[in-house]
Design a protein around this ligand. Structure first.
Ligand SMILES: [Zn+2]
Length: 79
């Protein structure tokens, strides 16, 4: 499925919203339709490479949303 993700492509660069192809959830994973997402200091530290991370990178780890699918073996979360 195609999603929109917040990419950073270079050190100190801008966040850009771009399409990304996302695989269905694998074993032990869930798929969450994100309703809102924050960008926090950790994201900025990765963007600015205070936490060295290969670029490009998709950031924004503080999302909230609704579970749409669960992978094989997931037992504690449901759609
Ligand atoms: Zn955070």
């Amino acid at each position: 499925m195609q999603i929109t993700a917040a990419f950073v492509r270079e050190k100190n660069g801008p966040f850009t919203l771009e399409p990304l192809e996302l695989d269905p959830p694998s074993e032990g994973e869930i798929l969450v339709r994100i309703a809102a997402c924050g960008i926090c200091r950790a994201d900025l530290s990765v963007r600015d490479q205070y936490y060295p991370t290969p670029l490009p990178v998709v950031l924004g780890h503080e999302g909230a949303g609704v579970v749409e699918a669960v992978g094989k073996g997931v037992k504690t979360v449901s759609v």
